[in-house]
Design a protein around this ligand. Structure first.
Ligand SMILES: [Zn+2]
Ligand SMILES: [Zn+2]
Length: 279
């Protein structure tokens, strides 16, 4: 069987395995499979957006290569497949650590990342919720070098499969105790804390696949207890309804004043006499 056929089977098989494991070994036993936003994440983000952006980004990289001709130089073509894969795996993971960290400090970049933090019940599916621009930036930076440096097409396919499976794993509601492995390999033990709303959580655990970056750059956080809650401190963030996907993207472009006004209006409607900020 070819890798192109095997890849979707591995992804679907991993999803089913994680769903079963989440039932058997839950990190948060109260979480439901069909939680708020389940179908938005599965259909709009997981299937439709992934498929369409896959076509768009592949088309853009193909266009870029046609105009530069860089892949014909075959800069990494002679390397063994495992070395190619390891090279792109580590370099991209290093990039994503720093870009992710930047997204949490830059108000502009946060706008294209907050969707990812808007899930209150972090699980195997919640990692799919990523803003359309965030995917365009990150996947172009991930896959363009693979194509332009002349890597084997298998590298892109293997990497895309790894991304999907690892993304589901680190968000899964799975009570994993990986011990010292957690110094190297990232998993739900650390990434669920990245999504926590607890006071100590912000600014921690930016790693995706490798945890070494967090340990090296002082952002690792893995206390013995579990987070009290997950999600956003954003009372008007749109999470419900059939058009939540569209509403979330519209919300990301709303001027700050409009966002504040919406929160203040709700605050006043609740009967508070003072502005929300002074409470
Ligand atoms: Zn984040
Ligand atoms: Zn995440």
């Amino acid at each position: 069987m070819t890798l192109a056929l095997l890849s979707p089977l591995i992804i679907v098989g991993s999803a089913l395995a994680l769903i079963l494991l989440e039932r058997r070994y839950p990190y948060e036993p109260k979480q439901r499979l069909f939680r708020e936003g389940f179908f938005t994440d599965l259909l709009a983000y997981g299937l439709l957006q992934s498929y369409l952006l896959g076509l768009l980004i592949t088309g853009f990289i193909t266009w870029l290569d046609r105009h530069t001709g860089w892949s014909r130089l075959g800069l990494v073509s002679g390397w063994p497949l495992l070395l190619q894969l390891s090279f792109f795996f580590v370099t991209h993971d290093f990039y994503i650590y720093w870009f992710h960290r930047l997204q949490h400090v830059s108000p502009w970049l946060w706008r294209v990342h907050e969707a990812h933090h808007s899930v209150d019940d972090v699980d195997w599916l919640s990692g799919t919720r990523s803003h359309v621009l965030e995917i365009c930036i990150n996947q172009t930076i991930e896959f363009a070098p693979i194509v332009l440096l002349g890597a084997s097409p298998k590298v892109a396919l293997l990497k895309a499969t790894l991304d999907a499976v690892w993304g589901m794993y680190i968000h899964s509601n799975l009570n994993v105790h990986s011990g010292r492995l957690q110094y190297v390999i990232n998993g739900p033990e650390m990434h669920r804390w990245h999504h926590a709303r607890d006071l100590a959580a912000p600014g921690k655990n930016y790693g995706t696949k490798l945890a070494i970056w967090d340990h090296l750059f002082g952002t690792a956080y893995r206390p013995a207890h579990k987070p009290a809650r997950y999600g956003l401190e954003e009372p008007r963030y749109p999470k419900r309804g059939a058009f939540a996907y569209v509403a979330q993207h519209v919300y990301s472009f709303l001027p700050e004043a409009r966002r504040t006004a919406r929160v203040e209006a709700e605050w006043a409607a609740e009967g508070h006499a003072e502005p929300r900020g002074s409470a």
